[in-house]
Design a protein. Structure first.
Length: 311
């Protein structure tokens, strides 16, 4: 495939598994160790030159998450999830030296947007395409990564700027947790990619490698993947017309998300040479503490499906 940045060629590549490999430089940027498997595990072998950036370690800071998944510590759970991911990528032929972990704590990406944008601006420059999350309101880390990728790419000079291709993971639609369907509020042609028998088998075995996430993995299809050229999002507005799964499960409210997004954009749009009194991460922490102090106390969430869908 010669036209590495031609939109029509990219869409044809995803839609037609018989058109040959993608010969350009592709970088996948996802929030958690299992996200790439869900998003494009069946297509992963088709990329000649693929790098994978995993932003978080997949281990929430509460020890209960680790213990519920067979690990004795948060650090041990993070290592378990990394090992599972490497096993899955072995099946797809992705070398370990093309795998990069930023090491953020699971759930923290929205509090570290500036750090994330700065790293991605450097790491994505020169790639032909970047595969990443939709802005869909499913998980705070997913939306933070989507926002960071868009802002980072916009800051890259045009000649070295990759085309952003997005894949849906899950969102709240008609009041229900809905996997692998694009949320409302976006635009563009959706490429529906039915997977052949060999691709389905690959994806099934890759999902099995993520043993600690087996309940969540079972909710995602093996026979189809969906992609689209990413639209231009307005990150000053909530995704999915304000229907947020992470607000329903108590992770973060829509107003908190918008406050963090505004703080990040205000910092990025400040006059060059000026310096804020605190960093964006510090200001977000202050904001979260103020919001928490003003809100009624909330009981700790029960360990159930929301726990399993943490990433």
């Amino acid at each position: 495939m010669a036209a590495h940045k031609d939109i029509d060629s990219i869409q044809r590549f995803f839609a037609n598994p018989d058109c040959g490999p993608f010969e350009g430089h592709a970088i996948a940027v996802f929030a958690h160790p299992d996200d790439a498997t869900v998003a494009f595990g069946g297509q992963m072998e088709r990329f000649d030159y693929l790098d994978l950036i995993v932003v978080t370690d997949g281990a929430p800071p509460a020890l209960v998450h680790a213990m519920n998944n067979g690990a004795g510590s948060v650090e041990g759970y993070a290592q378990l999830r990394w090992d599972e991911m490497e096993s899955a990528l072995d099946l797809a032929g992705v070398p370990h030296d093309r795998l990069y972990g930023y090491g953020f704590e699971d759930g923290s990406a929205c509090r570290r947007l500036l750090t994330l944008i700065d790293r991605l601006e450097k790491d994505l420059a020169g790639a032909d395409i970047v595969l990443t999350h939709c802005y869909e309101g499913g998980h705070t880390d997913h939306d933070a990564v989507a926002m960071a990728v868009h802002i980072a790419c916009a800051a890259i000079e045009e000649a070295r700027r990759p085309v952003i291709v997005e894949a849906p993971l899950y969102s709240l639609q008609a009041g229900l947790w809905t996997p692998q369907a694009f949320a409302t509020g976006g635009a563009g042609l959706t490429v529906y990619c039915p997977l052949g028998p060999e691709q389905q088998a690959l994806k099934r075995w890759m999902k099995i490698c993520h043993r600690s996430q087996r309940d969540a993995m079972a909710r995602f299809a093996n026979d189809v993947e969906r992609f689209r050229i990413a639209p231009s999002y307005d990150f000053a507005r909530l995704p999915n017309d304000g229907a947020l799964f992470y607000e329903v499960d108590g992770s973060l409210s829509g107003s908190q998300w918008l406050a963090m997004a505004r703080t990040c954009r205000s910092y990025l749009e400040r006059p060059r040479g000026s310096a804020p009194a605190v960093t964006v991460d510090e200001s977000v922490e202050i904001l979260k503490k103020l919001v928490a102090a003003a809100s009624p106390a909330r009981a700790a969430p029960a360990t159930g499906s929301a726990d399993r869908l943490a990433g």
